[in-house]
Structure formats: structure tokens, C-alpha cells
Design a protein around this ligand. Sequence first.
Ligand SMILES: Cc1ncc(COP(=O)(O)O)c(C=O)c1O
Ligand SMILES: N[C@@H](CCSC[C@H](N)C(=O)O)C(=O)O
Length: 444
Amino acid sequence: MATPNRLSPASQAANKVFTRVDLDGHALPPSPAPSSPLSGRKRYALATELVYTESKDQYGASSIPIYQSATFKQTSSNGGNEYDYTRSGNPTRTHLERHLAKIMNANRALAVGSGMGALDVITRILKPGDEVVTGDDLYGGTHRLLTYLKNNQGVVVHHVDTTNADSVTKVISDKTAMVLLETPTNPLIKIVDIPSIAKATHEANSKALVVVDNTMLSPMLLNPLDIGADIVYESGTKYLSGHHDIMAGVIACNDPGLGDKMYFTINATGCGLSPNDSFLLMRGVKTLAIRMEKQQANAQQIAEFLESHGFRVRYPGLKSHPQYDLHWSMARGAGAVLSFETGDVAVSERIVEAARLWGISVSFGCVNSLISMPCRMSHASIDAKTRQERQMPEDLIRLCVGIEDAGDLIDDLSRALVQAGAVTVTLDGFHAQAPDANSETASA
Ligand SMILES: Cc1ncc(COP(=O)(O)O)c(C=O)c1O
Ligand SMILES: N[C@@H](CCSC[C@H](N)C(=O)O)C(=O)O
């Protein structure tokens, strides 16, 4: 009689006992994800689901323990344990992934070591000759990875204006394997119509995958899988963890085959999130609703403050945002990242350096507020010529708003604006110095 196959997924892979293979002929492990993370029960409001977990811990621990172990003992040489090796799977990471699948409205979620790690896993689906259609305003690291794939892996990358669905559909062909979208874009806060682009992409090429980077909003404000995306990923370094104490990336999808394929890459390359970081990410996720609520309320006040003083502010919470209606047709909030221009690089530099409460730092989505100049910092990996072609203003200041007292944040920013000479103080208040700081082209 044949011995029952009780090997863990990784051991099965090593022993080539799979009957299922992916599109490239790679052996696939059985999907460990439940078909429905809710298991048929009532769905609560998102703020509740973020906190509520159905932990299967043997002692009923209310916080999932950190299984800080590389290996797991088996009951026989045939295996016998659900886990064998942490690269292939770890109970703390599985708990997190099931929780993430639930809040991302996905059949499967996967946790890896960073947001860029997540995009690396996703883009390993691509083959030489495949084409990617993506935006002309993207996080710098995303641009860098796509450029690497273009220069070294034979992938063709089209950067188009994704605020215009027609620009995307125009370049879709039977070679298009992926359409990669970011909304709001980082750092120009442009809004991308996910449902229209997803529909047009799938109609033009049913095999093309629509991938959405949801880092700027998090599942608290947007679920791209519900509006046409095939894969969503985000940097867990930002809102999901919320304290800038870990690097993490998450990927989610509904197609089990795609989920298995990406799990294969994670196991094969060893980029799964560590048990300790899985624990910290799980802890962060529980406070996402309350952090986001406060961060957004602060961001709204700050955006209105800057706009009322004559600055050209890019924030989807402002009615002046040229794609305000589109944003609110998809999302449940505006997020807490905004950018504004001063009209003068030296003035912007002085503002950033005069701020005290606002830390000069890359990243966003964290409890403490940050200020940065994207062209020199988060987006410095995009060369100056490309930045210029894409009309990325060198004087752009990006504010990533935290949970501090809004009055303190505004006071500190006002002081920095005055100290930097960015505003003229008059009897009725102060006003942006730069003549064109409030010019109309906010969609540029
Ligand atoms: C929009 C966006 N996507 C992805 C990433 C990559 O995330 P990570 O830094 O966790 O690799 C970042 C920032 O780094 C980002 O801003
Ligand atoms: N030196 C880093 C910069 C990371 S930027 C992080 C974040 N996405 C942001 O937009 O601030 C790099 O080169 O990747």
C-alpha cells in the first residue's frame, strides 16, 4: 500500500511528488490558504475585523506567539507536521497571512520582507519579451526595479500617463503580461481609475494581470481586488505596521493558481517575512483604523491650512484636486500623504530643514510626521532627466502626516514657512511667497 503523503509543502517540493505544476512547469504545493478566510461567518465592520482574529493557538493566546524557530520536528521521515522549515512556512506568518487575506478581501495573502520584495515576487511571473504597462509617476524604487527588468531581463516597460485610461489601452497588446498601477501616485498624488483600466485591460488581453500598489491607501481605504485588480501588493513598512519599526511587504490575490505560483517564488528565494516581523506586523494591523482616522484628519487640516495660504497642494481630500470625484468613487478616505510646491528649491530646502516636529525622512504611514523632498530622497533613483520629462517639481515637498496634535504640527510648519521666507507675513495672516505656488496645473 502507498504511504500517505504527509510531507510539508517544502519537503514535497524537494521530493518532486507534486501532481500540480504552474504555467512554467514548476511544481506547486497545495494551497494552505482557506478558500474563505471568514469560514462562512458574519463579516464585521473593517475596524472590527482588523482587531478580531480566530487564533488557533494551543493555549488560546490572544496575541499569536512568535514561533522563533527555523525548523520543526517531524513525527517520521515522511513528515507529519504542517511546518518543516520557516522559509517554507511558519505558524506566526501563516496567522498573519490569513488575517491579511481577510482584510484585503482576498483568497490568499503572502507576507514578505519588504514592499520591493513583494514587487519582486510579482514580477518574477514575467518572462523575457513580456510587456508591462505602468505609470509615469511611480515610487522611485518601483521605477528602479522595472528599469532593471527592462535592462537585464528582456521585459519591455511602457511608462504612460495612467490618469488617462486611453493612454493605457493604446499600448496594450497580446504581449502585455502586466498593468501595474499606483493610486494616489507617489509623490504627485495623481489618481488612477482602477475599474476602467482593469476592464479595458481584461477586454483587450484576458491574460494580462492588473497589479495595484496599494501602499498609499492600505486596505483601510481601498480594496483594489474588489474593483478589478488581479493582484494587490503594498509596503507593510508603511500604514499596515505604522511605527517604522519593521520592513515588510504583502501580496494578495483571489486566483489560487496565482497565489501558489507566488508562494513557490517566496519559498524558492527565501523572502518570506520573519516570525518576529510577522508578529510586529500583526500587532500594527490591529490599530490601523484608529491610526488612519487620526492621520487623515490631521492631513486634511494641514492640506487646508497650506491651501488657504496660497500654496499649490496635492491631496485628494481637497475639493481642488482635479480628480477628487474619481478618488472618492473608489476610496474610503484620502490617506495622509500630501505634497506641495513652493516655487523655489532653496526655499523648500529651508522649510524642510527648519521643521522640528516633522522629521526629515523618507517613508510614510507612520505615527510620527515626516517631511521630505522627493526628488532628492525617495525618488532620487529616478535620474534627473527622467524626472524632468515627467514634470516632477524639484521644489516639491512631501508631508507624511502622523497622529500628533494637529495644532502642534501646523504651528511647527508655520514657523518653518516663516523662517524659510516661504510666506509674507501681513496684518491679515501670511501668504505663499512664490507667485506661481497656487497656479492651476495641479494635475501636472
Ligand atoms: C508606493 C510604494 N510602493 C512600494 C514601496 C516599497 O516598499 P518598501 O520600502 O517596504 O520596500 C514604497 C516605499 O518604499 C512605496 O512608497
Ligand atoms: N534609499 C531608499 C529610499 C526609500 S523611499 C521609501 C518610501 N517608499 C518613500 O516613498 O518615502 C531607496 O533608494 O529605495
